[in-house]
Design a protein around this ligand. Structure first.
Ligand code: PSV
Ligand code: MN
Length: 398
């Protein structure tokens, strides 16, 4: 097992980093909080212009984040009418419009569900929103409609889980059929929150079956924060890849629930194991898999946290690229357990940071993105410019 920085290993890391791209979420730059309140940050973005500018800064520093995920209600509150404005920002900042996220959770009408609501009228309204989101997706040339269905119920017996499946299937099918050539629908699952008894798409099995029934353009989205403690997420990834059903990821880390902590801050080895599943699969299975960040930080500075996340993702991806696939396969087949584990783990323990730095310099990027953010002018300027708009008090829980 050779985890020395040989020329071959360096080349592997360079090739992996050249290919690695990860999408930032617009909501990661805005003031967000917990259900108990928000701690406002002077540099937080309050407009879509500011979110694009922040995303461009993250991409300038890391070279790996060329697109921004948009949440329809938050970023295009007037729907299709806001498309022209977004197109202008795409041009201005050189940042692409990434996944389009419909909002099925904020309207008062969605108290008992959106596309699973017992009211046909409300389901129809939710369906209209999804269809408009597809139109936005088309107008912006975005590949993915990222669907999180927040529906569920809080008390046993209060809703028919079975009928809600049928209602949901119908609308997912309609949405799928509206998609254009080359566009996809990603079905996200989550076992809890905001509902705490049942969630209509609770796990990857449900998401997979719903995606399959919707049609060939529908795939599953794995949000790393949306599992029970101890779930083997990389095994889910292996299965979805095997079935050609993995659409992409929402990356974040967690200790207890859907904590939205910085990727790799709690369990970097898990992220490495997920990346290993991707890197050890045939390229034709992984080519379309979208890497996205889904985090909003209330303690750390928004931009600092986002840069730290992208850098961490690059480092863990570089580590996973160090696994010698051929050697590992031989050791696995021979059931040489400790050697296999050392081959795998050795890559994880290798300090790739000097080579990642070399890659940054070779690609004309700053060698230390976090340091450049801190010492550069951008953060200072936006803090000054935005402080007044962020000076209000955060919304409270009650
Ligand atoms: C829900 O927890 C979720 O993961 C969905 O992807 C939403 O779109 C996103 O978070 C909003 O922060
Ligand atoms: Mn998510």
């Amino acid at each position: 097992m050779n985890h020395e920085m040989t020329m071959g290993n360096k080349e592997r890391i360079f090739a992996a980093l050249d290919a690695f791209k990860i999408e930032v979420p617009s909501w990661g730059f805005a003031n967000t909080g917990t259900r108990f309140g928000k701690f406002l940050q002077p540099a937080a973005a309050t407009t879509i212009e500011q979110k694009f500018a922040d995303a461009a800064e993250v991409n300038r520093l890391t070279g790996a984040a060329p697109t921004i995920a948009l949440h329809v209600l938050w970023d295009l509150p007037n729907g299709l009418k806001d498309v022209a404005g977004i197109q202008g920002l795409v041009k201005q900042h050189g940042i692409g419009a990434g996944s389009i996220n419909p909002n099925l959770f904020q309207s008062q009408e969605y108290k008992y569900g959106s596309i699973c609501n017992p009211s046909a009228e409300i389901r129809g309204k939710a369906c209209q929103h999804l269809l408009e989101s597809v139109e936005i997706q088309k107008a912006l040339g975005s590949t993915d409609l990222s669907m999180w269905v927040s529906d569920g119920s809080n008390y046993p017996g209060t809703q028919s889980m079975r009928r809600r499946i049928e209602w949901m299937e119908e609308i997912l099918g309609k949405t799928h059929d509206a998609l254009g050539e080359g566009q996809r629908m990603l079905v996200e699952y989550k076992p809890f929150e905001p509902a705490f008894y049942h969630t209509d798409i609770a796990d990857w099995g449900m998401a997979l079956e719903l995606a399959r029934r919707a049609g060939p353009k529908a795939k599953v989205l794995v949000d790393t924060g949306h599992h029970y403690q101890g779930t083997n997420i990389e095994q889910i990834v292996a299965w979805l890849l095997h079935l050609d059903a993995l659409g992409g990821f929402h990356f974040n880390d967690r200790k207890y629930a859907d904590d939205d902590l910085t990727l790799g801050s709690i369990d970097p080895y898990q992220v490495f194991r997920i990346f290993h599943e991707i890197l050890s699969s045939p390229v034709e299975k992984t080519a379309g898999v979208a890497f996205m960040i889904d985090q909003s930080h209330n303690m750390k500075g928004k931009l600092e946290a986002m840069v730290q996340t992208v850098v961490t993702a690059q480092e863990l991806y570089a580590k996973a690229a160090l696994v010698d696939q051929e050697q590992l396969a031989g050791l696995q087949d021979g059931c040489r357990l400790v050697e296999a584990e050392e081959c795998f783990r050795g890559a994880f323990w290798t300090d790739v940071r000097p080579v990642v730095k070399e890659w940054r310099t070779a690609r004309g990027l700053t060698a230390d993105p976090l340091d450049s953010l801190r010492t550069g002018r951008y953060l200072e300027e936006i803090t000054r410019e935005r402080a007044a708009a962020n000076a209000g008090s955060g919304s409270s829980y009650a």
